[in-house]
Structure formats: C-alpha cells, structure tokens
Design a protein around this ligand. Structure first.
Ligand SMILES: Nc1nc2c(ncn2[C@@H]2O[C@H](COP(=O)(O)OP(=O)(O)O)[C@@H](O)[C@H]2O)c(=O)[nH]1
Ligand SMILES: [Mg+2]
Length: 377
C-alpha cells in the first residue's frame, strides 16, 4: 500500500511519531504554569520567586498604605513572565497574595484565595463548554507554595485552616521560610512538627507520585530525598555574591555567607528541581484530573439540582393550571367502569352457554368477535 512505511518487512501506519508530534507542538506553543505564593508579608515570598526563576519580578516593593491592621484585606496580584531556555518557552504566572495573614483577625483570609482559585476553575468550565474550545487560556492555579514562618513550632491555626479549605482545590507545597534563621536540628524538629500537624489535621498536601520501578537508581535516590525533605526549608536572595571566583546567589552575614543553591545550606535546589524539572507536568495533570474534575462534578451536580427543582416547580404549576387533569381522571374512571361491565357481561354469557350445553370456547370466540364490532372501547 502506498504511503506506508516498511521496515524489516513490517508495515507501519506511522503513529509511532505521535509523542514526538505532541512534544514538538507543545514546545512550539510553549508551556503555561501558574504558581501561587501564600504567606504573610516579609516571609521572603517575592525574594524566593526571583531566586527560583532568576528574574526581578518584584523590583519595586509595594507597601500598601492606608489600611489599618484591623481592616487589612487580602488582594490578588498577578504577574506573567515568559522564560526561554534552549528553545523551550515557559509562560509563568505568579499569583501573589499580599495582605494574607497580616490582619489582626485573619480567621478568614483563606476566603479570598479560595474565591480566586474557584473563579479560575469556573472560567475554565465556561470556556470548555463554549464554542471557542481550542483557544482556552488556562489560568488555573497549578501549585500553591505555602510559606510557614520559621519562628513557630509547627502549623498555626490559620495555616491549618488555609490548608483544610484549599487542599482539595490546589496542589499545596509547604515550605519553611527564611530557614537560614534556624539551626540544623531546629529545622529537623520543625519539619517533623509540621508533618505531624498535617497528618493529625488530615490535610492532603501535594502527593508526589510513586517513582517508576524501571527508573535508574540515581533518579530513585533523588526522588526519595525529595520526598523526605518536605516541607522544603528554603532561603531566598536577590544578591549575587562572588565566592572564590564563583558567582552565586547568597546572603552575606557578618559571620559568613549562606548559599541559596548549596544543598548543605537549604532545600532550595530540591524545590526548584521538583517545581521546574521533574514535577511541573504532574502538578498540571493533578490539577486537571483531580482538582478540576472535583469542581466540575460539583458544578454539574448543582446544575442538576437546580434543573430538578425547576421541573418540580413546573409540574406543580401545570397541575394548578390544568383543570383538564381532573377531566382526564374522570375519563379514565369511565373507561374502567366500561371494561368492568363488559367482563361481567362475558361471565354471564359463559354461564348461559354452559347451561345450554354448547362448547364455551368456540361460542365465546364467536360472541367476542360480535362484541368487538359492537363495543369499541
Ligand atoms: N534571613 C532571610 N531573609 C530573607 C529571606 N528571603 C527574603 N528575606 C528578606 O526578608 C524581607 C522580605 O522579603 P520579601 O521577599 O519582600 O517578602 P514577602 O513580603 O513575603 O514577599 C527582605 O528584607 C528580604 O531581603 C531569607 O531566605 N532569609
Ligand atoms: Mg512580596
């Protein structure tokens, strides 16, 4: 057959290049990823984003004025940058949540975040059911970096509340902010307390997928270390420092230098590896297959309930409006009565025939055919 590929006498249809095609297409289009950062002001969120993506996304520090600590509200600030690396484009949207946890009463600061996440799902849901399905802009939040302060003993009530409200909607990755302020043993203790709090409060943070058994040992080791390091203890810096002729991001203190990318100093590289090199696609898939599907199922079930209520209302209304329903009932009763009378007639005829000694079966069928032509129910 023309057009088929032949190799070792085997015929090929040609779909083996499909993954490549998909890959090439997505490379051409570029990748979209939305990362949200949550945590109170001053925990180093903006600095960490700059360090992660080697940008200066937050050049000017915006300090909101005119709001007292009592009335302070959470706002949503969105910035998108396009990064290109070896011909691959990444459109990264960072969603910041200034004001989170800053008010005196921050019992409900999760609400603005939840509303934002839901809105993105809703937008996607509308677009998906619309006509322009091919050009949907996906603004759903794929990952939420939650900054736990280094000075506590684990999760606070507001951290627990936030995670409980959001864990079924977004992939939460907890991090310990400013971990250069803690000693090694303090980090170990805090990590263990946080994990205990997560477990006892039945919070489901982003679950790293199982590593394929056919992966090489180095990858498996990296995967194990990654999982064991959660919550990642991070350090951020906007400064590049030269140490022994090598330039690096770090923080210079009177007593020494902490290197952001040094695995002995913090988990920054682990977080970056996970976020960008190894688990970005998985987080997008979990967002689509689990969080969004959850939202969609809820939407559909709500829509069904509304439709059902409307139908019931309609039925009740039509019952009230239709006098003919009563008439129809009367008509049915008359028919029933008629059938009952006929059955009685037939029973009597059968009796008579029996008495006169005729075969009731033939006589009856004769009588029945006669009746058919007479009574037409
Ligand atoms: N010690 C320490 N300070 C940090 C770290 N990251 C940021 N900072 C400092 O903390 C302050 C607030 O940082 P910023 O990124 O603006 O915090 P944000 O309000 O959470 O966005 C700045 O002075 C930063 O230089 C860190 O990892 N360790
Ligand atoms: Mg900031």
């Amino acid at each position: 057959m023309d057009g088929c590929l032949h190799k070792n006498g085997q015929e090929f249809i040609g779909f083996a290049t499909l993954p490549e095609q998909v890959h090439r297409k997505s490379v051409k289009r570029g990748f979209d990823f939305t990362l949200m950062v949550v945590g109170e002001s001053g925990l180093g969120k903006s600095t960490l984003i700059n360090s992660l993506f080697l940008t200066d996304l937050y050049k000017e520090r915006i300090i909101p004025t005119g709001q007292s600590l009592v009335e302070k509200t959470v706002s949503i600030e969105k910035k998108t940058i396009e990064i290109e690396e070896r011909g691959v484009k990444l459109r990264l949207t960072v969603v910041d949540t200034p004001g989170f946890g800053d008010a005196v009463n921050c019992e409900e600061c999760w609400k603005s975040v939840e509303r934002y996440v839901d809105e993105q799902f809703n937008k996607f849901f509308q677009d998906e059911s619309g006509l322009n399905r091919k050009n949907i802009q996906d603004h759903r939040v794929h990952c939420c970096l939650y900054f736990v302060p280094p000075y506590g003993h684990g999760l606070r009530q507001m951290d627990v509340e936030f995670m409980r409200r959001l864990h079924r909607k977004v992939n939460i990755v907890p991090v310990i902010a400013k971990s250069d302020t803690l000693t090694k043993s303090e980090i170990i203790k805090l990590k263990s307390n946080i994990m205990n709090d997560i477990e006892t409060n039945k919070i489901k943070i982003y679950q790293f997928p199982e590593c394929d058994s056919d992966e090489d040992e180095e990858f498996k080791q990296q995967d194990r270390e990654l999982k064991a390091s959660i919550p990642f203890a991070v350090i951020g810096s906007n400064c590049v420092i030269e140490v022994a002729g090598k330039k690096m991001r770090g923080r210079q203190y009177p007593w020494g230098i902490v290197e952001v990318e040094n695995a002995a100093h913090c988990d920054f590289v682990k977080l970056r590896t996970m976020l960008i090199s190894t688990h970005m696609q998985d987080m997008k898939e979990v967002t689509q297959d689990i969080h969004y599907e959850n939202f969609r199922a809820q939407c559909i079930s709500q829509m069904q309930q509304v439709a059902l209520k409307e139908r019931n209302k309609l039925k009740r209304e039509s019952a009230a409006n239709f006098d003919t329903v009563g008439d129809a009932d009367k008509l049915l009763q008359q028919k029933d009565e008629e059938i009952r009378r006929m059955q009685e007639m037939m029973r009597q005829m059968q009796e008579k025939l029996k008495e006169s000694g005729k075969d009731p079966a033939t006589a009856l069928s004769l009588e029945a055919s006669k009746r058919d032509s007479v009574v037409n129910v």
